[in-house]
Design a protein around this ligand. Structure first.
Ligand code: MP5
Length: 204
């Protein structure tokens, strides 16, 4: 169902990342989300860890916004605003599930967050646009590839909606018009962290 908005996925960064791309966007975790067989414990683990991830990602996008050229700012402001709402959305779901969000981040999540937050200050804005696109396009592709049904339908719909893929397509234009020597390296590094995050969500 990634065909819904081919624009978002038609990217030289994806092409050049080779098998890393497929490994980042397919996981049995997602198949079990879609057919409703995922254990509650695994979903709750993912939810608590993804809350940690999104909290760090929010800071990443805000830091990038503060370093960005004027032309890139409106899209990043939109991103920061959506992430603010998304954190509240996670908090609401956690409350409804009786889930405590204050636990420690898993080492896999921590490594991903450290990578992003260190990059936000040490890498060029051009490289960071590719990192940002990598985070969003991999989630868009992963969740768009499964049927929106079952107990987790709302989650599947969040990252497979037309609005989200339009945002991802705009991020693609932003980063493909501004590349430098770090862009592909940072994009590919995101894909490695994405694969590790799915594995951690399944097995703890
Ligand atoms: C995203 C996410 C997408 N929520 N979690 C991981 C591990 N990778 C990517 O970010 P967003 O802000 O939910 O669109």
């Amino acid at each position: 169902m990634t065909e819904r908005n081919p624009e978002a996925f038609d990217s030289r960064f994806i092409e050049e990342s080779g098998e890393l791309w497929e490994r980042a966007i397919h996981s049995p975790f997602l198949d079990w989300v879609s057919d409703g067989t995922l254990l509650k414990e695994a979903f709750d683990r993912w939810l608590a860890q993804d809350y940690h991830f999104v909290s760090a990602f929010f800071r990443f996008v805000a830091a990038l916004l503060s370093r960005s050229e004027r032309a890139a700012q409106p899209l990043l402001v939109q991103g920061v605003s959506v992430l603010d709402g998304e954190l509240a959305w996670f908090e609401g779901h956690a409350r409804a599930r009786g889930l405590e969000l204050g636990g420690p981040p898993h080492p896999v999540c921590q490594r991903y967050n450290h990578f992003m937050l260190r990059a936000a200050h040490e890498e060029s804005p051009r490289g960071l646009y590719a990192l940002l696109y990598g985070v969003e396009v991999s989630y868009c592709a992963a969740w768009s590839a499964i049927e929106p049904r079952g107990p987790y339908r709302e989650f599947i719909e969040r990252w497979s909606s037309p609005g989200f893929s339009e945002y991802v397509a705009e991020l693609k234009h932003l980063c493909e018009r501004r590349t430098d020597a770090s862009s592909q390296r940072l994009f590919s590094e995101v894909l490695r962290h994405e694969e590790a995050f799915w594995t951690m969500s399944m097995s703890g």
